[in-house]
Ligand binder design. Sequence first.
Ligand code: KIV
Ligand code: ZN
Length: 527
Amino acid sequence: MTDTIRANGSATPASTKDRVLIFDTTLRDGEQCPGATMTFEEKLEIAELLDTMGVDIIEAGFPIASEGDFEAVSEIARRSKRSTIAGLARAITADIARAGEAVRHAGRPRIHTFVSTSPIHLEHQMRKTQDEVLEIITRTVAQARNLVEDVEWSAMDATRTPLDYLCRATEAAIRAGATTINLPDTVGYATPDEYRMMFASVRERVPNADKAIFSAHCHNDLGLAVANSLAAIEGGARQVECTLNGIGERAGNAALEEVVMALRVRGDVLPYDTGIDATMLMRASKTVSNACSFPVQYNKAIVGRNAFAHESGIHQDGMLKNQSTYEIMTPASVGVTKTSLVMGKHSGRAAFRSKLKEMGYDLGDNQLEDAFTRFKALADRKKHVYDEDIEALVDDNIATAHDRVKLVSLTVIAGTRGPQRATMKLDVEGRIVTEEVEGNGPIDAIFNAIKTIVPHEASLELYDVHAVTEGTDAQAEVTVRLTHEGFSVTGRGADPDTLVSSAKAYLVALNKLMAKGVRLHAQAAAE
Ligand code: KIV
Ligand code: ZN
């Protein structure tokens, strides 16, 4: 912890603090939010990163939800090294059996089962009485406990549940064998004081509370998810459920990087440790942002691109004199490194490889070769190739490695004298197809061309473009969200040419839909 600068500039002393378990639900609650769908390979990559980073429990998915979720949870369980792997299950016999089946190959398997406890949910959603729900808890927790030693039970909508009933439900779950009790703020309604008190009261009133670890799970509807998670720890919770970049249902979940760094930087008032290697936070944030194509807000705490940028003269002056004047933690402590190698068109393969290594990428030979070819092409067109450019280029490369439909070439006629026209060549599962299509503007023409070659009814829900770096020759990063048959996916593409990035982003999203098994008639076009 010596690289953490405290507000007064001194290093945090090493201590024996209480341990807080980090339960990451990026692959379950995070993936559940609209547009954040990840492919099988992306989930495996993220799980490996979480495991290496020291996450105690990885909630790998909701096995009953789909065949794809089941496969991903099973494979993550098989590959897990240190982390416990959890599968989510409703309080339904078939769900629990499926979750048990999915996690059984993990070194440390966990079933996480949940049921609503609030009057609002019981009356309007479940149409069950409190006594009926108590019976369900006892039966389903016992079923889970017959399959694995480690069972987590969640009282959904705990923060809108009367305390008396929450205590009875908790007691029943522990009696039936639950080893972790999660009391979620499902709708992001609680305030920190209320949430802390809820944990303190339940732990005090439930006679067998000492037999379980208590867990916090906070949604961010009022922007209080991290504050509430920290308050829960003060109330006795020793597990925090969170996601990278705070992705999740609606306004998201508590952000893992914020919880971890708050505990670390403010160890003086929050004397708790996690097992997380914080220097991996930036890399993990980027990997998740790239996989689900959700851009990270510029001013996002810890991992936003401005989190360590000092713009005002007074701040810059202070920073030059002593970093602790305006930085409460070093960029390096969360894995933000300014790399030393400057890249340009004269840089060779060896320099490129070592640059990637500095940036935390570990590519196989083929991926490295592909990335190098793209780097050379970019360096020919762009004077300065920044770290951000290389990142966009490599991430783009990783994202397209398994694609069924790939961009071969694109020519667009645009300008004041319409109609705008796109000539597009795609590789559709190994077969080259070319189309020339008009549109109401160049982007419309490009998307129409893709639709002509790969007919589909997906609707475009979002089109967003921003520059990766500064300057007129900056790469444009485009984000596209498509929705079809109830699936919502997001794709991202980067290129110095905005029109090319638009085509790439659309194709990434389309490939994700296809990977989800959505029928798009692509085969028909390829035949
Ligand atoms: O927010 C919530 O209540 C959940 C449960 C499934 C734990 O995500
Ligand atoms: Zn949740």
